[in-house]
Design a protein around this ligand. Structure first.
Ligand code: SDX
Length: 393
């Protein structure tokens, strides 16, 4: 090897890039987008404001926000031929598999994204189309889970309301989206919008570093997010809580299973590669949980089980020694379920929220003219073997 390689499997201590987008401090539980604390953005901003902030680097003025929203509004429609592609998915196919395929297919319908060395204006058009069309795709996937017809976007709505209307709207009647649902969706999407160099964002950056187009890069990020150790955890948390409920709600038994090295069971929604103290997003979502369920008049038994699990785990030496705390996925599924989403849609909603972060990081990587990503390795395989003829093996 020219020079030498330091081995850091899983990139636990490797700085893969320089970025001005998101700052997080795992010890202090701090998360900031472009310098603004997540607590303030979650409380005061809209998701589209935060998307603008992440992608363009500043909180938008009134005119900038209006222009951005107008651009998005005029690109929410999907090419009708996408339907032929979409209709081919079996109705029970996992929403994340549909989403990664559909997003990758966008380059077939919007080939200008394939132009090498796009001008900033051309790149921005591809970015707008990616952000605008994702909401429509997610709503289509939700309608498929019900066997219902898709609902078209309406220009009178803002981005999140449009998404919710395409999702929960009906062809047969005008459906009023509850303001609590709009506000909860904005908060959840903001909390998921970026998180520095996590697995899926690093995937988007490394795919983009080969000059792959925005759709191919985001499609790869969706695939990385799908895993139960990453974004797929929000689905796994609800499945785990349901399993504990079915099993009589004995949280001590399941905590013991999570600690048992001979048992593959992990407490899903617990632990984090960076946060070795609380995940600030989990704190906000936990509070929002109580608020939203109360306002919607929903009493979800699994919320009580989740709270008991957290209470017991935070006192247990196994979790304390390993600094395992609830992460963003621990409570988010309870809200998604209260809003009416089926469990296997949760990670798709995580992807919708994370999209502005993926876009911002992809754009920054290109602006910084970063080289193609190509890590090295420590080789541990056989050396100097000679070929053995088939009849002599
Ligand atoms: C997300 O990176 C990001 O920023 C991701 C994310 C984002 O916004 O993009 O924040 C979103 O992916 C949140 C994480 C969601 N995943 C889960 O909730 C799945 C459950 N959690 C774990 O699998 C785990 O905690 C990870 C994957 C999140 C972190 O894994 P690490 O950093 O590689 O830590 P590890 O697996 O080496 O665990 C360290 C120790 C081990 O025990 P020992 O070998 O030291 O005895 O902690 C134990 C692990 O066995 N451990 C757990 C546990 N998580 C870690 N034991 C029981 N239950 C758990 N959940």
């Amino acid at each position: 090897l020219s020079g030498y390689v330091t081995l850091d499997i899983g990139y636990k201590n490797t700085g893969a890039t320089k970025s001005a987008i998101t700052f997080l401090d795992g010890e202090l539980g701090i998360l900031k987008y472009r310098g603004y604390p997540i607590e303030q953005l979650a409380e005061k901003a809209s998701f589209i404001e935060v998307a603008y902030l992440l992608i363009y680097g500043n909180l938008p003025t009134v005119d900038q926000l209006k222009a951005f929203q107008n651009e998005l509004t005029h690109h929410t429609l999907l090419h009708e031929d996408m339907k032929k592609f979409f209709d081919g998915f079996p109705s029970k196919s996992h929403p994340m598999g549909q989403l990664s395929s559909l997003v990758g297919a966008l380059s077939a319908f919007y080939p200008e994204s394939l132009k090498p060395n796009q001008t900033p204006a051309e790149q921005n058009q591809s970015i707008i189309k990616m952000l605008a069309k994702m909401a429509t795709l997610v709503s289509w996937i939700y309608k498929k889970t019900l066997g219902h017809p898709v609902i078209y976007p309406q220009n009178k709505y803002d981005y999140v309301t449009n998404f919710l209307n395409m999702t929960f709207g009906q062809r047969t009647e005008e459906v009023e989206i509850h303001p609590v649902v709009v506000s909860a969706m904005n908060t959840l999407l903001i909390l998921h919008a970026d998180h520095e160099q996590n697995c899926s964002t690093s995937t988007v950056r490394i795919v983009g570093s080969s000059e792959s187009n925005i759709y191919a890069s985001v499609s790869a990020g969706i695939s990385a997010l799908w895993g139960p150790l990453h974004g797929g955890a929000n689905q796994a948390v609800i499945e785990m809580l349901e399993q504990i409920k079915e099993d009589g709600g004995d949280t001590d038994k399941w905590i013991a299973k999570a600690k048992d090295k001979n048992d593959p069971f992990r407490l899903m929604g617990f632990g984090h590669r960076v946060y070795k103290n609380f995940d600030p997003r989990a704190k906000i979502i936990k509070k929002a949980c109580d608020d939203i369920l109360e306002k919607l008049g929903i009493n979800d038994e699994v919320l009580e089980i989740a709270k008991r699990l957290e209470e017991v785990a935070l006192k247990d030496p196994y979790f304390v020694e390993r600094k395992l705390y609830p992460n963003v996925d621990f409570y988010s599924g309870i809200i998604y379920r209260a809003l009416g989403f089926p469990t296997d849609m949760f990670t798709v909603l995580f992807a919708l929220g994370r999209l502005p972060g993926w876009i911002a990081q992809w754009k920054e990587m290109k602006e910084n003219k970063e080289p193609i990503g190509r890590p090295r390795q420590i080789y541990t395989g056989a050396v100097n073997l000679d070929y053995v003829e088939l009849d002599k093996r």
